[in-house]
Design a protein around this ligand. Structure first.
Ligand code: NAD
Length: 243
């Protein structure tokens, strides 16, 4: 049981990669707090795993501070924080409404800062871990996803900086960069003519990854098996960036 009694807060835990991570870590003993904007899915995952659900908008600082406080009120501390909630938004710059840019930056980047800022003072056990879900889209350009790519690039370098700042307090900070993963986030785009075939042509393994495969990587980074791993940007993309 890698996560016996580890208090684990997972944002975006109601769906996709976050839900798979919640299930895996709960199976291995974690006390999981599932945070999501979508109330019913978060409650369903929390009920299934014996965890707690909190409805929150991670783009809203007060909402983030409230879910951290609620988790600490319930469990007394936070051992593991998985900043995973995220949205995408298609739009080349002339067509991208500033509101959409700001919403993507708020959810995909600002929220990571808000949650770390609120949680770090409670990660005092000397063996804490933060895992941020970035993306390979934060490592290179990607047609039409300017806001998303900018936000994820920010998460990558924020992760490195945070890791340096808190290494001596026993808080490890790492990021996962998934490639194409089959979740509700990508389900809509699959319907665009030719896009699914094009994606698969660019992935050496010839398929999308699964949420469970991402959960395995997040769990490793959060576990004591990664005790000397901090500031790492771990790519899990079926070889897409290895071409
Ligand atoms: P998903 O849509 O299945 O899950 C995302 C969850 O985040 C949803 O439950 C949603 O309700 C929640 N969420 C969205 N906005 C929120 C907000 N403001 N406050 C709280 N919760 C909010 O997507 P996923 O594919 O599992 O994505 C998880 C993470 O992985 C995201 O950060 C995404 O950018 C990243 N990622 C996904 C892929 C992919 O191909 N699926 C690739 C690279 C990175």
């Amino acid at each position: 049981m890698r996560f016996q009694d580890k208090v684990t807060v997972i944002t975006g835990g109601g769906s996709g990669i976050g839900a798979a991570t919640a299930r895996l870590m709960a199976r291995e003993g974690a006390k999981v707090v599932v945070v999501d904007l979508a109330e019913a899915p978060a409650r369903a995952v929390a009920d299934e795993i014996g965890g707690t659900a909190i409805t929150a908008d991670v783009a809203d600082r007060a909402s983030v501070e409230a879910f951290v406080e609620a988790a600490v009120d319930r469990h007394g501390r936070i051992d593991i924080l998985v900043n995973n909630a995220g949205i995408g938004c298609f739009g080349r710059t002339p067509d991208l409404a500033p509101d959409n840019w700001e919403r993507v930056i708020a959810i995909d980047l600002n929220a990571v800062f808000y949650a770390c800022r609120a949680a770090i003072p409670h990660m005092t056990g000397g063996k804490a871990a933060i895992v941020n879900t970035a993306s390979i889209s934060g490592m290179a350009g990607d047609y039409g996803f300017t806001a998303y790519n900018a936000a994820k690039a920010g998460v990558i370098n924020y992760t490195r900086s945070l890791a340096i700042d808190h290494a001596r307090e026993g808080i490890r900070v790492n990021a996962l960069c998934p490639g194409l993963i089959a979740t509700p986030l990508t389900a809509g785009a699959k319907a665009m003519p030719g896009l699914e075939a094009a994606w698969h042509d660019t992935i050496p393994m010839g398929r999308a990854g699964t949420p469970e495969e991402m959960a395995d990587v997040i769990a490793f980074l959060a576990s004591d098996a990664a005790s000397y791993v901090t500031g790492a940007i771990v790519v899990a993309d079926g070889g897409q960036t290895a071409w």
